[in-house]
Write a protein that binds this ligand. Structure first.
Ligand code: HEM
Length: 219
């Protein structure tokens, strides 16, 4: 059972299926557009839809490490980079729906908005933080930076996800349930990392296990 699960995770087909699944929200929007069913306000619909998927992919990316440890499935690491890059892809679409139909590519107006409206400022910060992560996501960059520095840089994903959650909380006018659900998941994932890091340091100090191995590779 465990071996076949491992084989499934290592299969190229699984990666392809996952890739298509990650792309399916875009397909869904095109399908709704084709049916002329993008609600009375299509721009708002796409803006909210891509914002939601950005946040979901950030949280899915952050769930990979806890899941592989808790389920004892180290091969899940193969999918982390793809999920992270999809978070970046969706935030680019999200930004585009703001820049194009919303601001008409008026960059001066956009900067005014970024500096004036706190929820846009913090959303923009979340986007900026993801740029170095997307740029250094390749094996070449892991080699160039070294595992420790690469891992430290990629912790920025927590700040980006936190910025995304704050952005959502600040833009919602009445019903806070949805952003608070994301905030809760993020806190659980952060809490897991903090507890795991304290436990491994304590055990390493006691000589029970070697200090935490740095895991950045996909293979
Ligand atoms: C990590 C980065 C970001 C994340 C995770 C994110 C996430 C979200 C989410 C979840 C929503 C609400 C979706 C819903 O109501 O269902 C949203 C709305 C929105 N976001 Fe973002 N966002 C990010 C970056 C940005 C950036 C860079 C901009 C523009 C500069 C932006 C502009 C907006 C706007 C204008 C809305 C709609 C606000 C409204 O309808 O009142 N976001 N975003």
């Amino acid at each position: 059972m465990r071996d076949s699960l491992r084989q499934l995770l290592l299969s190229r087909w699984t990666k392809l299926v996952l890739f298509l699944l990650c792309l399916s929200p875009v397909g869904y929007v095109f399908w709704r557009a084709h049916q002329s069913n993008l609600t009375a306000n299509p721009v708002e619909f796409v803006q909210h839809f891509t914002g939601d998927w950005t946040l979901r992919f950030l949280l899915i990316t952050l769930s990979v490490t806890p899941l592989r440890k808790l389920l004892n499935l180290p091969d899940l690491i193969r999918f982390r980079r793809m999920c992270g890059l999809f978070a970046f892809f969706y935030v680019c679409l999200h930004l585009l729906t703001y820049l194009w139909p919303d601001q008409n590519f008026d960059f001066a107006g956009m900067w005014k908005d970024v500096s004036k409206r706190p929820f846009i400022t913090v959303g923009f910060l979340g986007f900026i933080l993801l740029i170095p992560l997307a740029l250094t996501s390749t094996k070449g960059w892991i080699r160039r930076l070294g595992g420790k520095r690469w891992q430290a840089l990629h912790r920025l994903i927590y700040l980006s996800a936190a910025a995304g959650v704050i952005h959502y909380i600040w833009l919602v006018k009445a019903d806070l349930r949805s952003p608070l659900r994301y905030a809760f998941v993020l806190l659980v994932l952060l809490g897991y990392r903090i507890v795991a890091s304290i436990t491994s340091r304590t055990r390493a100090a006691a000589g029970v296990i070697p200090a935490t191995k740095i895991e950045v590779s996909e293979s």
